[in-house]
Ligand binder design. Structure first.
Ligand SMILES: *Cc1c(COP(=O)(O)O)cnc(C)c1O
Length: 430
């Protein structure tokens, strides 16, 4: 780090030399991890470029549509571009999905029928899906449970890997099982993300028993972290958010679903209504951002990944337990840091907010966020509200007080943000 940078950080944020020493050590420790990441990024950039060229994307795809939005070329071609990237038959990419949960929910409601059973093979799914499935709380809000869809769950093994034996046994013994839900990313849990190989093991196991069971992957935070996506290794259906990896920080909102023609079409009837599906929906002039974001996404996802690795190392050097560790393989952009202390957790998130380009002058506090059972604190000083491909940190306020850091449109910003957050905990002078 150059002298001017150190002086500026000291002047503006009171960052002391002991933190700069940790920084130097962390950078030294992680730098030989980066070559492999750059190669993944390079390959995925080519993948995106090829898909856009093959669909002959042109200025005319960026124009607006109104009303019903029939024949919106930009929208329909973006579906095809995504389908190429995911190496699958079809995709549904829409600004009308209000978030990732909405896309995941449409996929589940679209493909499950009364009397069917869905099983989650990674323990409890992501918090906001509990109301969708009807796991706990009031299921009489039109949850899957209220519509007669049954739910079962298999925990991950001690070592964080899928329990293939238990999956085999459950599927063999229950012919009502129609869909297997696989969550790639950690969510608000203390576990590793599932690698593409882990997902392949699950898919192979499921398909070897009954080929017509839908293997559905919650792919949030996983896009472009590997050279393969779950659909490359046999998953039937994936879904995710456009204000995470695949929107590249440029898409202003939205979600996507990709997979087999049948599964995507069924999902489309829950995006809109049966019979209309994906053929309606005007796009309000956002298509250019959705294409451009996708073009940036392989780069931005790897910037965020480098930020997570840096965070893992420096927080560990500062004495905190982290998951994953800096030198472990990754399959999402999430970095979990265990504080065992409510105040430190809140200070860390406030530090990330303080180091944000937007709303740096406000202090974030825990609040009752819709869809979550515990209070949640969210630092997201982002250009796009709540965007977590931008540098952000969030946490449910519950023991053992784990913060989840993710994003960073640039690695540089991620480093600066983490330094400010760490300083807030160690020196508490801002
Ligand atoms: C972010 C996320 C979701 C969806 O969350 P939204 O805030 O609705 O986009 C679902 N599953 C996982 C694992 C996630 O990380």
């Amino acid at each position: 780090m150059i002298q001017q940078m150190k002086e500026e950080l000291a002047l503006k944020y009171g960052i002391s030399s002991n933190i700069i020493e940790l920084y130097n050590q962390a950078i030294e420790d992680i730098k030989d991890k980066f070559e492999a990441l750059d190669e993944i990024r390079e390959f995925n950039q080519l993948k995106v470029l090829n898909a856009m060229q093959e669909e002959r994307i042109s200025e005319c795809h960026f124009t607006n549509s109104s009303g019903y939005g029939y024949g919106d070329m930009g929208r329909d071609s973006l579906d095809k571009v995504y389908a190429r990237i995911f190496n699958c038959e079809a995709a549904l990419v829409r600004p009308h999905f209000v978030n990732g949960t909405h896309a995941l929910g449409a996929a589940l409601f679209g493909n499950l029928r009364p009397g069917d059973t869905m099983i989650s093979v990674c323990g409890k799914p992501y918090d906001t899906l509990h109301s969708v499935i009807g796991i706990d709380g009031d299921e009489r809000i039109g949850s899957l449970k209220e519509f007669g869809v049954l739910y079962k769950q298999i925990e991950l093994k001690e070592d964080g890997k899928p329990d293939i034996q238990a999956i085999k046994k459950m599927i063999a013994g229950d012919t009502t099982i129609k869909l297997v839900h696989i969550q790639r990313s950690t969510g608000y849990g203390w576990r590793r993300a599932l690698s593409i190989n882990d997902i392949k093991e699950i898919v192979d196991c499921v398909k070897s028993i009954r080929n017509n069971i839908i293997c559905f992957v919650d792919n949030c935070y996983g896009e472009f972290i590997d050279i393969l996506e779950p659909t490359d290794i046999g998953a039937d259906l994936v879904a995710g958010s456009l204000i995470k990896n695949i929107g590249g920080g440029i898409a202003p909102t939205g979600g996507y679903i990709a997979g087999t023609k049948e599964c995507v079409e069924q999902s489309s009837y829950r995006l809109t209504v049966p019979g209309i599906g994906g053929e309606c929906g005007s796009t309000f002039g956002v298509m250019r951002s959705m294409y451009q974001g996708l073009f940036f996404a392989p780069h931005v996802a790897i910037e965020a990944l480098k930020g997570a690795i840096f965070c893992a190392r420096i927080m560990e050097l500062a004495g905190f337990e982290v998951l994953p560790r800096f030198d472990e393989d990754r399959s999402d952009i999430i970095q979990a840091i265990k504080f065992n202390d409510k105040e430190k957790l809140i200070k860390f998130c406030q530090g990330i907010q303080l180091g944000s380009p937007i709303d740096s002058f406000v202090s974030c506090e825990p609040w009752n966020m819709p869809g979550y059972a515990d209070q949640v604190i969210m630092a997201a000083g982002a250009f796009v509200q709540g965007s977590s491909i931008e540098l952000s940190a969030d946490a449910p306020i519950r023991e053992p007080y784990i913060a989840y850091l993710q994003g960073g449109l640039t690695f540089d910003h991620a480093k600066i943000g983490v330094l400010i957050a760490l300083n807030k905990i160690l020196n508490n002078n801002q």
